[in-house]
Design a protein around this ligand. Sequence first.
Ligand code: NAP
Length: 324
Amino acid sequence: MIKAGIVGGTGYTAGELIRILLFHPKVEIDFIKSTTKAGQLVSETHQDLTGTTALSFTDKLNPEVDVLFLCLGHGNSKKFLEENYFSDYTKIIDLSNDFRLKNNSHFIGKDFVYGFPELQKEVVKKANHIANPGCFATAIQLALLPLAADKKLQNDVHINAITGSTGAGGSLSATSHFSWRNNNISWYKPFTHQHLGEIGESIVSLQQNEANLIFIPQRGNFTRGIFVTAYTKFESSLEDAYELFESFYANAPFTHISKKEIHLKQVVNTNHCHIHLHKHNNLLLVTSAIDNLIKGASGQAIQNMNLMFGLDEKAGLQLKGNYF
Ligand SMILES: NC(=O)c1ccc[n+]([C@@H]2O[C@H](COP(=O)([O-])OP(=O)(O)OC[C@H]3O[C@@H](n4cnc5c(N)ncnc54)[C@H](OP(=O)(O)O)[C@@H]3O)[C@@H](O)[C@H]2O)c1
């Protein structure tokens, strides 16, 4: 069995990792570190796990684990790795944005690979350290990468994406408070969201030139999921666009192209991304939907782990959606 360690155990993404890994056929959880709740039962925090696991949070690390998941806020993964030693064979998967950009990918002797299987599965398979993509970045790249691979992102790309409240993690802020979020919608960081950096690097790697991405992120009145609409000029036919997407994702078991219009509940609580295409005059509208905590975070981290350990990419990730 693969021995896994999790750091940042009380957070939302760690909770999802624990839920999935407890049922993964090839993994056993070795430790779940928490700075705030060491000694307490995991099920006291992640209360849906009552009756499922007797594990407790710990403040002790096992430097010999096979894989380490870092579920810490931005900046804290670097600090954690500077302060804690792990064996050379421990594979590390970081869920923050500390190592995602090429400029940040080399750190204290470790090379981090951008862990986006739909972009570079073969590179992920050989990696020892993974920078797991951001949640908006995942949903948006899945909508745009087939076009970049065909050098089709040469005009303005307009992107709207709306996220559930879990996207902001477990700590409370004015805009994640129930009174703000309920019956409400708002935008934030228009044109400047930090995920534009990683999206831009992937696009350049495929089409060799930058795309002009005009991105308005929005906060939605729901807990889970990201729904993206993106459009740009596209002179070929809708059939050509479908062919492009279907061929780009031929080897992607979690990304599905749908001729029917899609909606968010199709993907909530799954590692799937659903994509729909629509043509209006010379514009192509691409709609994509993911679960921010699974395909946008912990599920993708496990997908990367499966690839790094030579397992079936889908192992442990056949999850039941929450359709109603
Ligand atoms: N939420 C999402 O949809 C999502 C999607 C993709 C990527 N991410 C990224 O994944 C990472 C974790 O996100 P999350 O949503 O799980 O956040 P979260 O719910 O806020 O959890 C983060 C955890 O980190 C630990 N922590 C907090 N402050 C710390 C500090 N100063 N030093 C060390 N540890 C600290 C805490 O765990 P303990 O008290 O147990 O130690 C906390 O529960 C973030 O970098 C986030 O951007 C999140």
